[in-house]
Structures are given as structure tokens and as C-alpha cells.
Design a protein around this ligand. Sequence first.
Ligand code: TTP
Ligand code: MG
Length: 600
Amino acid sequence: MHLPPPPPRPIKRQLDATILHFDYDCFYASVFEAETPTLRALPLAVQQKQIVVTCNYEARRRGLHKLQLIREARNICPDVVIVLGEDLTRFRNASKQLYSLLRAYSWNGKVERLGMDEVFMDISDIVEHNVGLLNHQDLGNSYFCLSKDDPTVGFTFDASTVAGYGYPEASNDKQCLDAQQHALHLRLRLGSHLAQHLRRQLDTQMGYTCTVGVSTNKLLAKLAGNLHKPNAQTTLLPPYAYAGDTNTDVDNVTSFIDAHEIRKIPGIGCKITEKLAAHVLGKTPEIETGLNYGATQEKITVGEARLHPGLSAEVLERVLGGPGTHRGIGHRIWDLLHGCDDTEVGQAREIPRQISIEDSYKRLDTIEKVVKELRMLSTSLIKRMHLDLLEDNDEEERNEQSNKDAQSSVVRKRWLAYPKTIRLSTRPRPGANPDISRNRSFARISRSTAMPSFVFSLKDSLEALTGRLVVETLVPLFRTLHPEKTGWNLSLVNVAATNMVDTASEGKGAVGRDISKMFRRQDDVLKQWRVEDVPDPVAQDEPKRGSEDFPTNSQQSREDDEMEWISDEENQGNAYRCEECGALMPVFAMVAHGRWHAHG
Ligand code: TTP
Ligand code: MG
């Protein structure tokens, strides 16, 4: 029996926002170049393990590329300069500084970092304000106002043209657009000029070039930027089909996104690509096993998937859904295939949601090796906590401090936030199947517990703190993850400080600056969390009992004794998924489960 095809689903696209996506060019290499400008003229590659994680454009011109073996890179370009990029501190610092520059231009605070080298910015309010200032009789001589309070801060620009590239390139004809599309074109043009201004600021003030995409949502802005790299920008131009439209014939968004491989769409990972490709091809796609491990070999475009007979959000829900997936995944992916993305640009945060350090291993299978690695990871974790979560006391406090302690020239620091939870995750390698093949598994398992309060006291040396953290917290966590003495082999270990309690800024989850100032004045409340650059000869304070943010000593010991685990919302990968039948199971069951399949 033939069912009639489902009626076309109206496009769910909102077009009122103007969104920029920044991607710094060859980021890690640029950080070294900013430190040592003479490197700019040389082919430069950044090494992690035996791989070139990135290289500058001079190196790319000579045939090098990202994720190439060092050996291969040296063969192709013997005079390549190779720098070690395993310590991420310099990249994090640069990323923070670049972010601060962009953040300072935002009015609504919607500036969101994605990893270290990408930033989304929602500039809808600035654009709206500037549309209101335009003299439509003389767009060529316009003025872009950058400050709500001071109309003299800004730059002159030509509002009749797009700054940088447009997509499609021949679509600068605004005559054929209706009033709605005309207004959209104008907003995006203004967005493109602000983008150009910000790119110039990043370059002249900080020495970094970047690639920018301009559109109406995060997905489209990110994809548009990829069209012209490096040091360039692209605006995805109207007409865009609006919310409620079912006709996508004259829609630049559809023609733009249709040409992308589905795997290139942010939000569509390996697993979804594999399932979607299998549905469209009618067979299981071949999987890559090299450096691009996990990718499907046959490439399917968005257009092929979108126009596949019978495909709809409901069908996708069936094809992609199943145990362990989010409900509504079919609708979400269907929207992405149509260039729709209603996720908001996140509010600027000075404080990271979590700090997570990890490393991957070829073979990590003894407790001695694990302890050594935990020590390294904890050292990085505590260093990162200092870098990201401590700040110098402000002027007012320093004055108060020096009044109190006129003899002392100690510079004090304070915690901006406290992570309440520490999480340990591992990724065990699945055991071999009877035919010696291995199930592919990306599943992590993890356990969390309260962050021990001694971690916040910096009167102890870094070495002493990491020693205690490993012995008292991480090794016991590890033993609950892997109770067997041997027989496991880990491909990854991750240590994360999560569950941040923000003590210094306004907003959700924050205590509030005023309240925190009040507390700061009450010296003994925060005394034990203060860090001094000069060692303090006075005996260490005991952690304060009864603080809301920290477990009391008695709570602490109870949690240590009983290993009472805190539930961890962020942790999705607490189980192993069978590749064959999709069943979820605890890791210890996976070998037996594999045998069960093998015996039919
Ligand atoms: P990318 O944005 O992928 O690369 P890029 O900024 O170096 O180059 P492009 O000009 O093409 O944008 O990644 C950002 C940084 O992340 C990169 O500089 C190095 C690091 N990185 C890794 O650590 N591991 C990886 O596998 C990749 C791809 C990047
Ligand atoms: Mg980049």
C-alpha cells in the first residue's frame, strides 16, 4: 500500500537576528607568530605528539596541512620550523585576550566562545540601532555608531555595499527583492561592515587575522565563513525563505546548504552521518580507519539527504532515534538540513562552565602508568584553575588591604568561582571480538565526587596539592571505575573541575558582585581561599565549616568514606553502546555481549 507523501513542512527559520562567526586563522601557529613576528615569513608547524595540529599559511602554500604526520611534513618541506604545542597555556591566554576584545564591542553581551579559536556574536541590537541612523538618500556616506552612549564613537562606511565577499557572488542585485528581503539585505550589509571593523581591530591591536561568516543564525554564519579563508569574510545574502514558507525554490540558504556534505554540518557527528548515509544509500557505508577514523567514506550531501524520497522529520526520528539519543533528534536534524538553527548565542561568561584536561594513549593498562598520568593531568588542572578562576583583588580591596596591613606589599588574589565537583572519565578500549576485529567505541565512563577543599588553598606547593589530589581523590575514583586490577586498556583519561559556583559576577548561578564584595570585606569568610604571592609563615587555616559552597569537614569525610557520587548531568557516555544492535550496557558486559552476537 502506498502512503501519500507527508505535506511539506513549513520552514522554521527566524531571520531577525544578525550573527557573526569568527574563526581565527591557523590559530596555534598565529599565537607563536604573535609572540615572535619573524616566524610569519617562515613555514611554521605546531606539533602535538607526532602530528602537525596546525601550520601557518606559508607552510600550507608549500604543501603542508593540518593533521599531517611530522615525518611527512619534514619530507615535503625540509626547512619547516616546528614548534611544540602540547602546553596549551599560551593558546588559552591568547584566546581569552581576543575574546575580551570582541566582548568589549558587544551591547547585549551575547558573545560565545566555541573552543579556543571560534567566537559567535549576536549583533542584532547594534545593527538595529544603526539601521535607524541611516540616511537612505545617501547610504554611501554612512556612519556606524559603536556606542549606545557616545554617538561620536564609530566609523564611516558605505551602507549600499556588502563588505567582503557575498554568497552567491552574483547576487548583489537588490532590485528584485521584496520589502522584507530588502530589510534583511540591509541588516546583513551593516553586519558585514561591523565584521570588517572587528577583524581590523583584531589584526591591528593583537596581530591576529580571522575568517568571518555573517548570516541570521549560528549554523549559517559558521558555514558561510568557510567559503573564503583565510583573512576574509563572507555574507550569506538574501533571499532567505522565511518562517512559514514551504517554497524553497528562491532561497539562497537552501542552495548554499544543499552543497555541503552532511558530516560538515555542525551538530551532525560521525554516528548520525553513518545512520543517515546508510538510510540514503540503502546500505552500510564504509568507515575510514586512518587519521580520519570514524568518518564515512561515501560522502552524502545535504541536498541528497533532504531530497531523498520520503525523508521527513518523522522518518529521521525513526532512523536516527533509539536508546541513548535525545528525543526530537529527527526534528533537530531536519531543521539543520534546511539551514534552520534557533539556538541562541550564549551570554558572555568570564568563567568557564568547567575546566577539563585530558590526554589520549595508545596503551594505558597498569595502575602505575595511570597514577603517573593522573599526576600530570592534575598538575595541568590546578594550573588551569589558577589561570582561569583567580583574579587579583581590585583597587578598592587592595586599598582596604593596605590600610589593614600597612607593612605588607603582598598582592592578593581571590577565586572568581569554585568548582564544586571533580570528575574522572576514561575511555576503555573495547575487547576484541572472536574474529579479532574490535567494536568501534567512543564511549566514556566517568565518576564524580566533591572537589576536596584543600585544592583551593595555595599556601601548599603545586606538587603537594597534586600529590594529595591524586592519592586522596582520583585514585579512589579510578578504582570505582575500574575495580579489576588488570584486564583494562584505556585510550583516554580526562580530569575535570565542574559544577562552577560563580562568586563574583552577576547572572544565573552567580552570587552577585555586591554580595561577593560584602563577603570579601569580611576577611575571615574568605581568608582560607585567598592566595598570596608571598609564602605565609602563619599556620594554615582549616577550611571554614558550614560554608554553603563547600562541604564541611564532616561532609567531606563522609563523602570520601562512602564515595557518595554526585550525579553528573554533563556525563552522557556512562555506558557502552553495541555497534551491531545499539543496546546500551555497562562496560563490563560488552565482551560477553560481543560473544553473544558472534554465536548468532
Ligand atoms: P582549526 O580551526 O581547525 O584550525 P586552525 O585555526 O589552525 O586553521 P584554520 O585557518 O584552517 O582555521 O583548529 C583550531 C586550533 O585547534 C588549531 O590551531 C590547533 C588546534 N587543533 C588541535 O589541537 N587538534 C586538532 O585535531 C585540530 C584540527 C586543531
Ligand atoms: Mg581556526
